[in-house]
Design a protein around this ligand. Sequence first.
Ligand code: SF4
Length: 729
Amino acid sequence: MSINFGKIMDTLGLDTRADEFTYGKDDRFGILSNAKIPEKWVKTTCGYCSVGCGMEIGVKDGKAITVKGDPDHPVNDGKLCPKGLAEHYIIDAEGRAKYPLIRGWAGFNKASWDDALDTFVTKVKDVQERYGPSSFAVLSTGQLVLEEFYALGKLVQLGFSTNNYDGNTTLCMASAVAGYKRSFGSDGPPGSYEDLEKAETVFLIGANIADNHPILAYRLFKNTSQNPNTKVIVVDPRATKTAMMADVFLPIKPRTDVYLLNGLAHLMIAEGWVDEEFVRKHTTGYDELKEHLERYTLPHVAKVTKLTEGKIYETARAIGTSKSTFFAWTMGVNHSTQGTETVNAINNLALLTGNIGREGASPFSITGQCNAMGSREASFTSSAPGYRKFESKDHRKELAAMWNIAEEELPIKRGLAYPDIIKGIIDGEIKALWIIATNPLVSYPDQARLKEALSKLEFLCVQDCYHPTPTSEIAHLVLPAAMWGEKEGSYTNSERRCSKANKAVEPPGSAKSDFDICLALAEKLRIREKLYPGWTTPEDAFNEWRQVSKGRLCDYSGMSYERLAEGPIQWPSTEEDPYGGDRLYKDGKFQTENARAKFFCIRNELPPEEPDSEYPFLLNTGRTVEHWHTRTKTGKVAILEKSQPEAWIEINPKDAKKLGVQNHDRVKVQSRRGQVDGLRVRATSIVAPGQVFVPFHFFETNVNNLTLDDACPISREPNFKQCAVRIER
Ligand code: SF4
């Protein structure tokens, strides 16, 4: 590698193993020097992103006063990123939701849990009696623990008889989920972070890990510092911090990824780099793919993608000739109307080169939230629990028997996904909505349309750790939830690794864990024993989930709270082989009917909106390392908020000159759907001419006033990444 990463890593992965760091001798952020000495340390897992770093919370006088990385956790070697390092501040932050609140004529009134839950059940049942069971919908998030997802899925489906339930996957990983299902027959990232560390070639597409998954940037750094011949390839329209870590940076023209992926696949065939034996034994559709790829010649692909032939060839050669390639992606791929098919095109490349099921070799979606995987596996959203198929009678029969219910109580297809729930509200089909631990009035695209939808609801309940949030402010009922550090359960990270999340302190006021809220609602519905037989603790839910997942790809049966106390475990984990879940498909057998993976012939489609004379810039959105999603948490942490207090707009210096603006000027940005005022200009070559970038965390200057809610027809994931805007001083 030609680049020294030391400096980059200084700001990304902070080593908190040394005690002197925690106690202020090496207090680089100046946030810990006043920390008192904790009375005890509670091991847990970070509650922000899907990297899933192990950490310990320092507790004194019943308060979380500090955190440090867990040196024994296999994910992070004791390191934490800036968000994790300041995570204890979110617990005692201003604006915690402490008591249930019911909206009256003059605003919110404090209520008892009994009254709040009666209100919830009465309102939802009233709506369902008048408009039918599916007039009630639920939006949750990857922030809950796995036990809560499992409990919630049962409650929504069996207690409230609706499957219009989205776990927020649709705003995040739905395209990866759908892509895995199509290519391999099941959801489930095949590889491990260890593969990122061992790969000879690392191909990152639409994944700015340095900002979004900083400890993975550290794991990549470990690879390149130990293996100087490792080739890092980054495909991104922006020259991100991650791009600066690349040997080959491909600044691709937005939404031409499928061209590039097809062009690389074409070169694998043309240059004889296909793993013929793997393809012959373990795949279907190769002949059709070969024919389909004929037109993706190097000159053609270079012309469309605006990349040089030399760089495309160098990339192809690195993938085609190295022992192992790790293909990782995140929102730059998923957030697209062609997200699922782009995932399939990545999977094609991995299959062609036999890069799956072995060390260093995997297609790999880097998940978003700390427990997005738990939602995918257990919650009844994109699949029935245990990656069962809604459509399969056998699967329904099996689940019904385990739950001691009639098979007819289970849905035969998935319910409405997030954008379709919003459309359902606008069309008058959905009248009541329960939003759990998410904040759509910042995070959902096309805010004007969302506001129109939410204003039509007869009943909106928001369950969150904080109040007010932009979304909780408009609710009819607010249910206060315990947060990370205040409850017990488990999170499963991007590499299928399940880690314990433990309780260190009590929740404020009368806030309850989402798990206890599910139990209390089931009690109100008089079905607690039916849904949750004998359950009193999250461990009871986990033990039932172990049985429900047994024999499935996402098998947790070899795990237990006792085993997890010794360290995190990857699934599949069976009783016979509890620790054998390092990677999937090691035997080349996939979850399809004929056990073979499938190739897909994908054609590049144009984005739903492109720049024109009226709206001449292409807007891209994304994150920054200091903040988490809608800033409900990180906006309350002084060190993070002061580091990045506002949104900005990146404009190429050539465009800035044409617009007559310079660094720090404020501009108005408009799209066909809305506008944002007062964005501060960063004139920078990080973005190419004709493109602009705005981070999506900020309610005050919400870029989602501008974005489109057009979604991938297969996964229903919205196209957050490209829309046309104009800019005025
Ligand atoms: Fe690790 Fe992600 Fe938490 Fe940062 S936010 S400490 S990378 S889990």
